[in-house]
Every structure is written in C-alpha cells, then in structure tokens.
Write a protein that binds this ligand. Structure first.
Ligand SMILES: [Zn+2]
Length: 334
C-alpha cells in the first residue's frame, strides 16, 4: 500500500503545483503581450506599461541623446529606448550594448530614426511609453547661475552625501489596511535626510494620507508623470510647500521619516525609516485615480538617477536644507 501512495503524493504536491506555476507564467506572458498589442493597434490611449529597461540601457540612451544633440545623427533617449524594447521584446535581462551600437552606427551613417523604426513591430507603442517615462529626463534647462544647457534634467531623490539602501521591491505585498501590491520603491535611509524633487513640476497633492503619512505628489509639466514621495518626517515633513507650487528638479522638498500607516496625523508608524517614492504614468485623466493606475518599477531608474545628485547646505536659522545645484526647466511656465 505504501508504495502505491507515494506516486500520488508526488502528483499532488509536486506535479500539480509545478503545472500551476507553468500555466500562470504562460498566462502572464500572454496577457502582457495582448495588452501591448491592443495598446499598439488601437488609436486610444495606452492602458499598461511594463518598465523593464536596465540601468545600463538608460545610461547608454541618455549619453547618446546628449552627445548627438545638434547633429544630424541625433536621437532622443525615448527613441533609443523604444528601439531597444522593440528589438528585445522588452526584455533587458541579458542587455548588452550590441543592439545599441548597431542602432547608433546606422544613425551616424545617415539613416533617420523613422527609416530605422519603420519595420519594427510595436515601435510606436514603445515610443509613447518611453516618452511617458523618460520624456522629461533630457532637454534644455538653465542652471542656478543662469547658464543654458542641454542635458540631464532629473536628480536622485536622495541628496548628495546621504546613504540609502534599496532592492527591487516593486509588486511586493503590503498589508496595512488591506492586502495590496507595493506600487513604488523604498529607499532605506536615516531620518532627516533631505528628499529631492526628481523632476520639475507642480505640487498636486500635499498633506496627510493614512498609508503614506506626510506625503507630497508632484506632476511633471507635460502631465504624464506623477511622482509620489511618502513617509516624510514627523513634525517637519516639508520645505516651504503648498498645492500648485512650481518645484524645480533638484530642490529640497522635504525630509525622510517614518510617518504613515495611521489615520491619526503626524504619527510615526513605520518601523524602518525610508522614503517611499513612486512614479505613476498618466496617458488619460481616467488613469490618475481608481483601478486603472499605471505605476512602474523604479529600481533601475533609481540607480540611473545617481548620475545627478543635489548638493545641499543647511540654513541653521531656518532649520532647513537648500539645494545649491537645482535647475530651471525650459518647459517651466513663466
Ligand atoms: Zn514603499
């Protein structure tokens, strides 16, 4: 009898669970693909973006955009990333520079981006997606000393000289209130660390939120990106902030803390001090709130943003930190 039971247990505890995992993987791949295909074929707005671009690909695309600026071979960061996504099926696990080099060789040889992308399936979908994610990352801006430049317009959310730890925590489960997915990125650091505006934009939300504690939401000038910064410092969350204010990239917006997970304002209910920050993409106003929100994985982006950090100085009298190298975006309204 014992001998006959053994294979049955294998079926129940090994083979069936394995098959369920395989079916789940196939289903996820299939549904991601159909969503992309629908988004690419329909003339309505994009419903979903899986941001998988690696840090190295981001750096390559950014560098080429800046280096080629003003030449006939110029291509934007979004165009280059869209090309790479089309070529590798949005899988950057084994990214090496060969497809990037092949593209830039063709551009330098005189081919245009529209000629190169003409036969690429899903290129326009990827272009619109990448434009939503990194469309405000590179461009014209003015430094604090009034110098006009073309280059990187985004900053690390943590000021220069302050440490943080992070890992890829996107989609991990969280259980305060109700079980839900983690739609952002946590940077573990010390309380009081100056938090920096990644990109310029308008303050759209500010104040207490039962999950995020003291939080601030900043919308990019093109309206496509909503940056959410949460768990800011108890008693001293912000630096001179109000709804509607224009914030420059690189400015201090507040301080890392432990607030949140409470309906009672100004409560420290987070056990490990960290900045939670998230990036939401908005192609249509119906995607801002409700069930159709698109948040993206910030892990690789966070490493990319280390390319530019805000230097801060303390004004002891005001008990505030100020950035000395923030920028004024050329798209900023007067
Ligand atoms: Zn978080």
């Amino acid at each position: 009898m014992k001998k006959r039971k053994f294979p049955l247990q294998i079926v129940f505890f090994v083979i069936i669970p394995m098959m369920l995992v395989i079916i789940d993987v196939i289903y996820q791949r299939y549904s991601a693909f159909t969503q992309m295909a629908q988004a690419a074929s329909s003339d309505t707005y994009i419903k979903w973006v899986d941001f998988n671009v690696s840090t190295q690909a981001l750096k390559d695309a950014y560098k080429y955009d800046v280096d080629s600026y003003g030449t006939d071979a110029h291509a934007s960061m979004s165009e280059i990333l869209a090309y790479l996504c089309s070529k590798n099926g949005n899988n950057f696990d084994s990214y090496n520079t060969s497809s990037f080099t092949a593209l830039t060789d063709r551009l330098r040889a005189g081919e245009t981006m529209s000629e190169i992308s003409a036969g690429l399936k899903l290129y326009s979908y990827y272009y619109e997606s990448m434009e939503a994610v990194v469309g405000g990352f590179v461009g014209e801006y003015e430094t604090v000393s009034g110098e006009k430049k073309y280059g990187l317009k985004v900053f690390s959310p943590i000021a220069e000289g302050y440490y943080y730890n992070h890992y890829d925590d996107f989609g991990a489960s969280r259980s305060f209130g109700f079980k839900r997915e983690h739609l952002g990125h946590d940077l573990m650091g010390s309380v009081g660390t100056p938090v920096i505006a990644v990109e310029s934009g308008y303050v759209e939300a500010i104040g207490w939120n039962p999950y995020g504690g003291w939080r601030i939401g900043i919308r990019s000038f093109d309206g496509k990106r909503y940056y959410y910064y949460a768990h800011l410092r108890k008693n001293h969350p912000y630096t001179d902030m109000h709804e509607g204010k224009i914030v420059n990239a690189g400015e201090v917006i507040g301080y890392l803390g432990m607030t949140g997970y409470s309906t009672k304002e100004n409560t420290n209910n987070i056990s490990t001090p960290h900045l939670h920050y998230g990036l939401q993409l908005i192609f249509d106003k119906s995607q801002k709130d409700g069930n159709n929100q698109i948040w993206i994985d910030m892990y690789a982006l966070t490493d990319f943003l280390r390319l530019q950090k805000a230097s801060v100085v303390k004004d002891s009298e005001a008990n505030e930190y100020y950035s000395t190298n923030s920028i004024v975006d050329s798209n900023a309204p007067d």
